[in-house]
Write a protein that binds this ligand. Structure first.
Ligand SMILES: [Zn+2]
Length: 160
């Protein structure tokens, strides 16, 4: 199985996403076009805690709302799913969403949302990851960020 690796130059943070999962995300983006969609990244951390391995995603909960330039991820059923995954040692590690036919750069609203999550005890995730998919079919682009609690966010480059 091939993975895409996102990291920064000093490799302090690393995120590994199987191509299979990126393909699934692309399919979800395609079927949601021209509106945004999104969901949750599930996975675990390597022993040295510096590599987050995404192992699955949660698709947009049924109470999510979106338009061409905005997405509000719902919460319906999420807690139940996360509680179940916890027993398999699979945890909430962040969020993903789609910017249809736009750059995958994060918006000021995305920053606010992720800082809230890093500070929210319910998520038990002090370093949440944000994966943004931009573009459209055959012109996809990705940006990945980490939001360490209380610190500036970090943009990770693809090194595949
Ligand atoms: Zn966004």
């Amino acid at each position: 199985m091939n993975n895409s690796i996102f990291t920064e130059s000093n490799q302090r943070f690393k995120v590994s996403i199987p191509d299979q999962i990126l393909n699934k995300v692309k399919e979800l983006c395609e079927s949601s076009f021209p509106n945004e969609t999104g969901g949750i990244l599930i996975g675990n951390y390597s022993e040295e805690l510096k590599c987050a391995n995404v192992s699955e995603i949660i698709v947009a909960p049924s109470d999510s709302k979106s338009g061409p330039t905005w997405f509000l991820r719902g919460t319906s059923g999420v807690k139940k799913k996360l509680d179940r995954l916890w027993f398999d040692k699979k945890y909430y590690i962040g969020e993903w969403h789609y910017h249809p036919d736009c750059s995958s750069n994060l918006s000021s609203q995305d920053i606010k949302q992720m800082i809230n999550i890093s500070n929210n005890e319910n998520y038990k995730c002090p370093e949440p990851i944000l994966l943004i998919v931009g573009g459209k079919t055959n012109l996809w682009e990705y940006s990945t960020y980490v939001f360490p609690k209380g610190k500036a966010f970090v943009h990770l480059d693809t090194i595949k």
